[in-house]
Write a protein that binds this ligand. Sequence first.
Ligand SMILES: *Cc1c(COP(=O)(O)O)cnc(C)c1O
Length: 334
Amino acid sequence: MAYITISKENFFHNLNQVVLKAGSKERVAVVLKDNAYGHGLEIMAGLSQEFGIKQAVVVSSEEAMRIRPYFDQVLVLNGTPVADEKLSFAITDMQALEAVESSIRIELKVDTGMHRNGIVMGDLEKALRMIKLRNLNLVGVMTHFRSADVLSSELSWQQKNFEAVKRMVRESRCGSVRFHSHNSAAILRSKGFDEDLVRAGIAIYGHNELPEPYDAVPLKPVLSLWAKRSSTRILQRGERVGYGGDFTAPERMTVSTYDLGYGDGWRRGKSEDPYVTAEGLAILGRVSMDFVSLASDKEEVCIMADAQQAAKHFGTISYEMTTMLSERIPRVVI
Ligand SMILES: *Cc1c(COP(=O)(O)O)cnc(C)c1O
């Protein structure tokens, strides 16, 4: 069966880089949503704990319950709020704020310009008044940047908006709250980070999607994808491989089938523009649901060792390459 290796050494290296930027381990929350970007939820939670990280971010309550034992605090971005001393819930519009009970730990998400989730800035005063009036348990105030990963002044005006949010929150005397806004791109390009927390996702998995001028922080890919040989045959010149026979053997050659396909979350791609594996083997013909063909007879091949490089080939981003990988593929820590 195809399998995924998780490099503990590379993961710790990346965490160290983020900690250096953030100032301390206490200021780093690891983002483990979507099966830890496809790396394996419990595995990455366990490694984060071993490294000394105390906080995590997930998208659902189901994920939160699974990793709760590993952390002191877990922020749930899109769950149904419940009272729990370890969990806090992002509140992303006024309706949700009106509905939430005072026993629940909430983090108010403010829309400073991304216009995806969050209370609009014009409603912030009203929201803060409601929080005081209803004696809600506000533990954090957060925002999310829409363009932290591009070269422009986009980030700075959103940051200015968030500074204004902070002032209003402090003036409202809603108690001591933690402020956080930085994702990977924002923390990697930041100098003199001074908020309470970073929400680090893609960087901890070893990818930096920032354009070149910002590429100063060295990160190492954590995930490698391997497939195992399922069968081998000798093809004569002119024989064709797979659905549609898109690949024609230019000469007598050894071809094996390996047990990874689009059913595992691997990209089907285009047979006329084949993906080349980490070991330099071009995929021959079409990708099947459970198999690919390669000119090799090795027992195991490394299909992908750097998701960002693979993403370039498929015209996508590293996030999508790893997140799509099926949960059924076993993950092993090396
Ligand atoms: C996914 C997510 C992050 C992490 O983003 P990266 O670019 O992977 O670091 C941070 N904050 C929020 C609200 C998110 O949804």
